[in-house]
Design a protein around this ligand. Structure first.
Ligand SMILES: Nc1ncnc2c1ncn2[C@@H]1O[C@H](COP(=O)(O)OP(=O)(O)OP(=O)(O)O)[C@@H](O)[C@H]1O
Ligand SMILES: [Mg+2]
Length: 230
């Protein structure tokens, strides 16, 4: 079953007199449990596509079905609820709060969801365990390596139990060893927990961990490659 169905999606921006077609004619289905990479030159529309998929942005044309529900015309508040229910975000810059330790950072979204006390703490601990950081839960971001900080950010995303994780250049600021480690974490979350993963990457090597590579050029899908299982 396709968890994400994009049909004839377009997203344009008007800046002054100039109309930018950031996305045009995007048809794309992503199956539940897939691990997909999006690649393409700078300015080709990768982040725009990820923002539409993540309900952070609405398309200007076309239809979008997320988990069987049409979402392209929903109001902001409703869209935010859907986003909280289905989507976890991971960014190039980890967006952790510097004064909070790993356990507290992971608990933040759970506070907004209204979880309290032990349940919230346990859920955060489990998420940190899933990314292999059980021994670093009291460390603040500055006491963690870049790769470890990104793993905290991933734990924060999965603590909400999302069906889909969207990652915009998650290894963009990491060295190659840490990058492989992060891909290993995604791979495990994908295989063991069936979380659908969609990542934007500039690094061809990082696509090896996924099932397909969506290649974007000038706002259109140029080509889709299936990754050979090794
Ligand atoms: N808020 C905005 N207002 C106007 N134009 C925008 C806006 N966001 C993106 N664009 C334009 O849309 C196009 C696609 O941008 P997008 O950020 O999706 O590219 P990208 O593929 O993610 O690039 P990069 O690899 O550099 O991150 C670009 O031409 C950009 O200038
Ligand atoms: Mg981008």
């Amino acid at each position: 079953m396709a968890v994400i169905k994009l049909q004839d999606i377009a997203r344009s921006y008007k800046v002054g007199q100039v109309q930018v077609m950031a996305l045009k004619k995007i048809d794309l289905n992503i199956e539940k449990g897939e691990f997909v990479s999006i690649m393409g030159p700078s300015g080709s529309g990768k982040s725009t596509l990820l923002n539409v998929i993540g309900c952070l942005d609405r398309p200007t044309a076309g239809t979008y079905e997320l988990s069987g529900k049409r979402v392209e015309k929903l109001r902001d508040g409703v869209l935010a609820d859907i986003r909280n229910q289905f989507i976890g975000f991971v960014f190039q810059r980890f967006h952790l709060l510097p004064r909070l330790n790993a356990l507290e950072n992971v608990q933040l979204p759970l506070i907004y969801r209204g979880l309290v006390g032990k349940e919230r703490r346990n859920r955060a601990k489990k998420a940190l365990e899933m990314v292999g950081l059980s021994d670093r839960i009291h460390h603040t971001p500055s006491q963690l390596s870049g790769g470890q900080q990104q793993r905290v950010a991933i734990a924060r995303a999965i603590s909400m139990e999302p069906a889909v994780i969207l990652a915009d250049e998650p290894t963009g600021s990491l060295d190659s060893g840490s990058s492989k480690n992060i891909m290993g974490v995604f791979n495990q979350l994908n295989r063991e927990y069936g979380i659908t993963i969609i990542q934007v990457t500039h690094d061809e090597e990082m696509t090896a961990y996924g099932d397909r590579v969506i290649r974007i050029l000038d706002g259109e899908i140029e080509k889709i490659d299936v990754v050979n299982a090794s």
